[in-house]
Design a protein around this ligand. Structure first.
Ligand code: IPE
Ligand code: IPE
Ligand code: MG
Length: 238
């Protein structure tokens, strides 16, 4: 039997969950799970580039993750800084365009600068669009967009009656990219945890019990095959 034709998603979004439990199961501190998780980020970026996927958006830190112990938050910030500094050249070499989405105000000046540097180094690249969601929340994203439109209304530039879904969407993160069509969540939970609430409206969900630090190319392939077999109806009857 011939292999079915695989249709790649255009935009894969991933909730990289289960780092802490992965470490705990091995009797290690949670930080080890986060560190090992970085290797999986590298391999996923590589695999998506090889498959010519247009965009990959990774949930790295939610607006709610500040509520974790200071030590864990501090460690995650340290990892972000290392990642931004050490990976930028490699991403650039691989034609990857990096963008960080979320509110950066709470990050250190050093981290803000490293993010800007990595983004500007890779801004003209034409390969995979890699978006890292850091201090990102879907509700925050929609709230910010609403504020932008309200300011325009207040200035008299926009009539509230003329606000459409497209006008609001244009102010949301990733509005210049195709909507995520495949959402992968590792770690066994079956929830969206305030990720791209608007943008995921019609994404296909693929939930994996394995923890993020065990994620590999085979799991990615399986997710893409599963996506490829889905019948997407968008509310219509086929
Ligand atoms: C995901 O893994 C990484 C972040 C949220 C930063 P977790 O740290 O949530 O790991 P679990 O879910 O507690 O195992
Ligand atoms: C979602 O994981 C956020 C990230 C993966 C960055 P959480 O571990 O924070 O989500 P909950 O608390 O299980 O919903
Ligand atoms: Mg978690």
């Amino acid at each position: 039997m011939s292999n079915p034709i695989i249709i790649n998603p255009k935009h894969i979004a991933i909730i990289m969950d289960g780092n802490g439990r992965w470490a705990k199961a091995k009797g290690l501190p949670r930080a080890f799970g986060h560190k090992k998780g970085m290797d999986c980020v590298r391999l996923t970026v590589e695999a998506c580039s090889e498959k010519n996927i247009e965009a990959l958006t990774l949930f790295a830190f939610s607006t709610e993750n500040w509520n974790r112990p200071e030590e864990e938050v501090g460690y995650l910030m340290k990892l972000f800084l290392i990642m931004m500094k050490s990976e930028a050249q490699k991403l650039n070499k691989n034609n990857v365009k990096l963008r960080v989405i979320g509110d950066r105000n709470r990050f250190s000046d050093k981290l803000k600068k490293a993010m800007l540097d990595a983004e500007s180094l890779t801004k003209n690249n034409t390969g995979l669009s890699l978006n890292i969601a850091a201090n990102y929340g879907g509700r925050m994203d929609i709230t910010k967009a609403t504020k932008v439109l309200c300011r325009r209304v207040a200035k008299g530039e926009l009539n509230p009656e003329n606000i459409t879904e497209e006008i609001l969407q244009a102010e949301l993160a990733l509005s210049d990219l195709p909507e995520p069509d495949l959402l992968i969540r590792t770690g066994g939970e079956k929830r969206v945890s305030n990720f791209l609430l608007w943008q995921l409206a019609y994404a296909e969900y693929y939930l994996i019990d394995s923890y993020w630090p065990d994620f590999d190319k085979q799991m990615l392939d399986k997710a893409i095959i599963s996506f490829s077999l889905r019948q997407r109806r968008f509310g219509k009857i086929l």
